[in-house]
Design a protein around this ligand. Structure first.
Ligand code: CA
Length: 493
């Protein structure tokens, strides 16, 4: 801890002295930031979290854990894509927006409204170059759109990203093109001619632009991210790289095919690891790896398709699971979309070789929503109440990885239907209210689980502990009703 404090003090003292003596921003020695968010990568999918090497090998992510702190009690805010990504970028629960359930529609408006402070706009204002590369899935423009032609404004460039290169929704969305900044990448004309079918069964739009090759998306977007990193000269930078893997359809590249012991799904995990390694390597070549805060995580747990799954589509996830590969972790109940830990607990590693401890594990409760305020504290700044209103800095847990409570005491999660749960201490309460087709709310029986004694979360004890059940119900209501919940999350009841 002392080392950390001295190191950080040296950086900040150095920065303030140098900023007077020397106006060259490089002299400030501010760290770069890489947030690597995989898609649908389960907690137990990396060796550092127990994945057996007979199934997958993740040498680069292992190295990241070796050079940093592995959080073994980390959760996405939701068990599906868009809400977690919204919360990561804004530090605010997504259910405070109009998105109460599900994800952003493939032709839906941008969920982050103009003027909302994001981790990107915060760092941009601090003099950083900022980029998002990879999956987006947070919508474009201010209203539902018919197609992606024309200027996509407002868009990511308007909420803090200097550069944006994206798969608009997910790996095999109907758009089938990349977006660069505010328009379709490589668009030749406004002609549209639908063709073929995406994995979901709908026709590809057929823009007059280069079509994405699914097997190459990881390689291509990783290269784009590295290209951007290589062009950064004087200013420090923040890169949000959102991998399109390991979301279905499971399509590893030719290079990765057959490399794992868990079939194509394992190969696709290898693809993700390879991408992490390439970005780390690029930073190392530039001499920037030591002073880069590298965060590796996922937006939700792995998808476990229900049986029967022979519906004309391939389900390599299921095949891998049936081989014995518990990619969401050994004891985790549920998977993507659900309100259970299999859908919510995610890999979460923070490395900053120059300043933070190495080879550490932290059991502190943290969330992907806390990344923004934590980065702000690591840079020595404080954050106003209204910015990242639900995020809590876990910088304490980075300084002292063995402290039990390094940040928040409670966390609210939501699933694909809009059902909310709250975890607090050794308990987890599930409201079982959900949004039906016409709107809210349908209510089922509430559930209460003991997180310590009942690892698999199979024993609902709501009736045995009515007082705890109603206490947590009130606590959940309080978080929902308070526009900024960070104080509640830090103090609990
Ligand atoms: Ca996802």
């Amino acid at each position: 801890m002392k080392m950390f404090q001295l190191g950080v003090m040296a950086v900040f003292l150095g920065a303030s002295f140098l900023s007077i003596a020397n106006t060259d921003p490089r002299a400030n020695n501010q760290p770069n930031v890489v947030i690597f968010m995989a898609d649908d990568l389960g907690y137990g999918s990396i060796n550092a979290n127990g994945a057996a090497k007979k199934f997958v090998r993740t040498p680069n992510i292992n190295r990241l854990a070796f050079e940093g702190i592995n959080f073994t009690n980390a959760f996405a805010t939701a068990s599906v894509c868009s809400p977690t990504r919204y919360a990561m970028l804004t530090g605010e629960y997504s259910w405070r927006t109009e998105l109460k359930k599900g994800v952003v529609n493939s032709k839906g408006p941008m969920l982050i409204k103009l003027g909302k402070v994001t981790v990107a706009s915060w760092f941009q204002n601090k003099g950083y170059d900022t980029a998002h590369v990879g999956k987006w899935h947070l919508g474009y423009t201010s209203k539902p759109f018919k197609n992606l032609l024309g200027k996509l404004s407002p868009g990511p460039n308007d909420i803090g990203f200097d550069y944006h290169f994206a798969v608009p929704n997910n790996l095999d969305d109907i758009h089938k093109v990349y977006i660069e900044n505010d328009g379709i990448y490589g668009l030749k004309s406004n002609k549209i001619k639908g063709y073929g079918k995406s994995w979901y069964g709908n026709e590809y739009t057929g823009y007059d632009a280069p079509q994405r090759v699914t097997e190459n998306v990881m390689e291509y977007t990783t290269s784009k991210a590295i290209e951007w990193i290589n062009k950064r000269k004087d200013k420090p930078f923040l890169l949000y790289y959102a991998a399109a893997a390991v979301h279905h359809p499971i399509r590893p590249s030719e290079i990765m095919k057959g490399t794992s012991g868990a079939g194509p799904y394992g190969d696709f995990i290898h693809e993700t690891d390879h991408s992490v390694g390439r970005i780390m390597e690029a930073l190392a070549y530039l001499g920037k790896l030591e002073n880069t805060i590298f965060i590796f995580t996922s937006d939700n747990g792995g998808d476990l398709p229900a049986k029967p799954y022979h519906d004309g589509k391939d389900w390599p996830e299921r095949v891998a699971y049936d081989m014995g590969f518990k990619y969401n972790g050994e004891n985790l109940r549920g998977d993507k979309h659900t309100i259970f830990e299999g859908g919510l607990q995610v890999p979460f590693i923070v490395s900053w070789p120059k300043q933070l401890a190495k080879k550490e594990t932290s059991n502190s409760l943290v969330s992907t929503m806390d990344i923004f305020p934590t980065l702000v504290s690591l840079l020595g700044d404080s954050i106003p109440e209204t910015v990242a209103p639900d995020g809590v800095s876990f910088a304490n847990a980075l300084k002292e990885p063995d402290v039990e409570e390094g940040g928040r005491k409670l966390l609210v999660n939501r699933d694909v239907k809009g059902t909310k749960s709250i975890r607090y201490g050794e308990w987890k309460y599930i409201s079982n209210e959900y949004y039906n087709k016409v709107g809210p709310l349908t209510k089922g029986d509430v559930e209460l689980y003991n997180l310590v004694r009942d690892k698999g979360k199979s024993n609902n004890v709501a009736r045995e502990f009515p007082e705890i059940t109603s206490m947590l119900e009130r606590l959940l209501d309080k978080v929902v009703e308070t526009p900024s919940s960070k104080a509640i999350a830090q103090n609990g009841f």
